[in-house]
Design a protein around this ligand. Structure first.
Ligand SMILES: Cc1ncc(COP(=O)(O)O)c(C=O)c1O
Length: 303
């Protein structure tokens, strides 16, 4: 497995261990940071790397910068050139996970909006731990943050304080992960991924107004489900008790990819094994991101 050598700070490549940010920067004191996790999949046939849905990641990042009223923004072409340089400089020989952070690196009072900086780091990423076996989730007593308090639909670092409380609670309660509800008690998402469940042959996911991050993987699944089955995913409010009717369930996200959920609140989901639709969508996802399935070439930026 390759190891990261260099990361990029404000357009310059610097040794991975030498990255520096002032502790009094707004990024540290007020979590004034928006970020993305982007995957570049190794395409074995050609030796290239396919950045998956970079345009959509950049769009979400740009809205985040706007909402946080940062002094400057970064366009997609600039980031693509930076990521290309970064990935090549690290000479990876397998899949790459890129963490891209944009933040206020200046110090000052709360309403300080600049100077703005960015860091991009390329790292190897092993297959997530529960990808094959599935994971157990516990419904958290920490509720998901609210759109009018700290909007979950942008990927701001500050939002992960809420997510982390739920993740820590799940761990100490003996679950593999948490499932969060909105303040109104409806199903939202997990601390690091979106939630899907199958009930009576129908794929269902919490609506975009259920306190979720507007996930790019969620959109990929919704699109592919429609293309593969001719049916629409039901995007709607899900009551907590409906979770216990699920025949299958899974989490999805760029980092997590697709992780089956086999238990919720210690109840088996369906028969407690990874379900057939989960397997089918998962296989389809991996074929797409690597270009083994040539459809949706607009989702893969080759470098
Ligand atoms: C809270 C949360 N929800 C959902 C996701 C999935 O988003 P995406 O598919 O865009 O990676 C992530 C991962 O980034 C996340 O942190």
């Amino acid at each position: 497995m390759w190891t990261p050598k260099l990361l990029m700070m404000n357009g310059e490549l610097v040794p991975f261990a030498d990255a520096r940010l002032h502790p009094l920067s707004l990024a540290v004191t007020y979590a004034t940071t928006v970020f993305e996790g982007v995957r570049a999949y190794h395409v074995e046939k050609t030796g290239q790397f396919a950045l998956f849905r970079l345009d959509e990641h950049m769009r979400r990042l740009q809205v985040g910068m706007k909402l946080l009223r940062m002094d400057r923004s970064y366009d997609t072409q600039y980031m693509l050139e930076s990521l290309t340089k970064l990935i090549r400089a690290n000479e990876p020989d397998s899949d790459v996970y890129v963490r891209l952070l944009v933040y206020v690196e200046g110090t000052g009072l709360m309403a300080t909006t600049g100077p703005v900086g960015f860091t991009a780091a390329a790292m190897p990423r092993e297959k997530p731990k529960f990808a094959e076996t599935g994971m157990s989730l516990g419904v958290s007593s920490w509720h998901r943050l609210d759109d009018n308090a700290s909007p979950p639909r942008i990927k701001s670092t500050a939002n992960y304080h809420n997510a982390r409380l739920a993740a820590l609670q799940a761990k100490s309660d003996g679950y593999d992960g948490a499932l969060m509800l909105t303040a109104g008690g409806k199903v939202s998402e997990s601390p690091i991924a979106c939630f899907f469940m199958v009930r009576d042959g129908q794929l269902i996911t919490p609506s975009k107004s259920s306190g979720i991050l507007e996930s790019i993987t969620r959109d990929t699944i919704i699109t592919r489900y429609r293309e593969l089955t001719g049916k629409q995913v039901e995007e709607r409010v899900i009551d907590r008790s409906e979770l216990y009717f699920a025949d299958e369930a899974f989490l999805c996200g760029t980092g997590q990819e697709i992780i089956p959920v086999v238990k919720i609140d210690r109840f088996a989901v369906g028969d407690g094994a990874v379900g057939p639709l989960t397997r089918k969508l998962s296989q389809d996802y991996f074929d797409l991101v690597r270009g083994i399935n040539a459809e949706h070439s607009e989702w893969r930026t080759l470098i």
